[in-house]
Design a protein around this ligand. Structure first.
Ligand code: SAM
Length: 447
């Protein structure tokens, strides 16, 4: 029987994509994948280090896995992803149960590394760079959905925001060749996929070494040219995330306006509304030039949904700074907001700043902003009542067996009554109700 590997994924879409790629390589090298640590010979935790809580979860899970593996079977346990890259060898000291530590650029070497651990080598470690001919292949069976596919277009980050660990955990930006991305989109289209997400820490910083695949596509930046090139494949839906404000060129909005299959959703993390804090965060944008970009998005001929990330309680954030964030959030009328309390990350410049905001104050600011956003979002969502939106029916709803769940082109979760035969179809749904973070509606007769 083939050895079975269970991979548990934490964190962002890049980690989901890395797991898909790792699983593809493992199956090609004679492993089977399974859905639980209880059936596995090898357990891999694909980890996230963006906030302290995410890191703590890894240690908790390692403890649970240790308990499960004490039942007489030899289990190989590995840590991969961002925590592995950052903590390296020290993970072996933190948890004696770990046999294998695999950094963010070692995914292609996973099978060999596991083999070494399975044949008795102690403390197998690989934090090296990606090989020049590493594979980006993902087999359809390993994808997280049969209808929606993630396609990494750029890895790593060169921005060095003072709070953020990503440049250290994922290294410098590396863009994939456009020709490779386009070929992958076409392959997915032939397999019946209806939606692709072009993903990366900063997709709009896309800068491939060569022109391959972009010839014949105009645009002010390589990313807007890529958007036009991917749109030309006629994949029914194309979404992209995350965009970095400083590199957000208005030509991205023009590309969306020209191509119906580029979806109506932009995720543009602002982090703070105060210039004083933005400077300390080293974001490279000000409140005013962020708002200029928002003006272009809001004045588009398409109705574009806008989402963002905000950190509250950054070192030095005064009450007045926080009020500026609150007013910016109100001015932007976001369709959705991911809110975080500042979490100190060892090795980042901000870790050296004095943490001036007491925990209780961070919580109070978080709650105030959450309430303000909820109120506003309610308005945004209620405006959908009576409108018909195009929804990709993805799967049965987790709440009701008679409902299906999918996303609109503006990336809202939409639930509606429908049977399984509609799964994978693009259908029109008339919105009748709103929930906190989703819409509910009824199928519109397609004929
Ligand atoms: N590259 C994107 C950008 O900077 O615009 C997002 C990258 S990050 C993986 C996702 C979000 O996590 C960030 O936008 C930020 O709001 C949050 N985040 C990152 N570092 C954090 C920290 N030290 N404490 C709290 N939140 C953090």
């Amino acid at each position: 029987m083939k050895p079975r590997v269970y991979i548990e994924t934490f964190g962002c879409q890049m980690n989901v994509a890395d797991t898909e790629r790792a699983a593809t390589g493992l199956r090609q090298n004679g492993y089977d994948l399974c859905d639980s640590e209880h059936d596995a010979d090898v357990v891999l935790l694909n980890t996230c280090s963006v906030r302290e809580k995410a890191e703590q979860k890894v240690l908790t899970r390692l403890g649970e896995i240790r308990a499960a593996s004490n039942k007489g079977r030899k289990l190989v346990v590995g840590v991969m992803g961002c925590v592995a890259q950052l903590e390296g060898e020290s993970i072996f000291r933190q948890s004696s149960r770990v046999d294998l530590v695999v950094g963010t650029r070692a995914t292609d070497r996973l099978s060999t590394l596991i083999e070494r651990a399975r044949t008795g080598e102690d403390r197998v470690l690989d934090l090296d760079e990606r090989g020049a001919d590493d594979s980006w292949d993902v087999s359809p069976v390993e994808r997280h959905s049969p209808h929606v596919a993630f396609i990494p277009i750029i890895e790593g980050c060169n921005k060095f925001c003072s709070f953020c660990i990503v440049p250290y955990s994922r290294g410098r930006e590396r863009s994939r060749a456009a020709s490779e991305i386009i070929a992958e989109v076409k392959r997915l289209q032939n397999l019946g996929y209806k939606e692709v997400h072009l993903i990366g820490q900063n997709v709009n910083s896309y800068r491939p070494r060569l022109e391959d695949g972009l010839e014949g596509f105009a645009g002010a930046t390589p990313f807007s040219r890529l958007l036009r090139a991917v749109a030309a494949t006629r994949m029914p839906r194309i979404k992209f995330t995350t965009s970095f404000p400083r590199d957000f060129h208005p030509d991205i909005v023009s590309a969306i306006e020209e191509n119906e299959n580029l979806c109506d959703w932009i995720h543009l993390p602002v982090q703070s509304g105060s210039d004083h804090i933005l400077k300390l965060m080293r974001r490279g944008h000000t409140r005013a030039n962020y708002l200029e970009r928002i003006d272009r998005i809001k004045s588009s001929t398409r109705q574009l949904a806008l989402t963002s990330d905000v950190i509250v309680g950054f070192p030095g954030e005064t009450e007045a700074d926080f009020r500026e964030t609150l007013s910016l959030v109100e001015a932007c009328s976001y369709d959705g907001l991911y809110l975080f309390k500042y979490s100190k990350r060892r090795g980042t410049p901000a870790a050296e700043f004095e943490d001036t905001v007491p925990e209780a104050e961070k919580t109070a600011r978080f709650l105030e902003l959450e309430t303000a956003q909820r109120k506003q979002q309610d308005k945004v969502y209620r405006a959908y009542i009576g409108r018909t939106v195009s929804v990709l029916a993805e799967r049965q709803s987790s709440r009701s067996e008679s409902d299906l769940m999918g996303h609109s082109t503006c990336h809202k979760v939409v639930n509606f009554a429908g049977d399984n035969s509609l799964e994978g179809e693009l259908i029109n749904v008339r919105i009748t109700e709103t929930k906190t973070n989703s819409l509910y509606g009824t199928l519109v007769n397609q004929h």
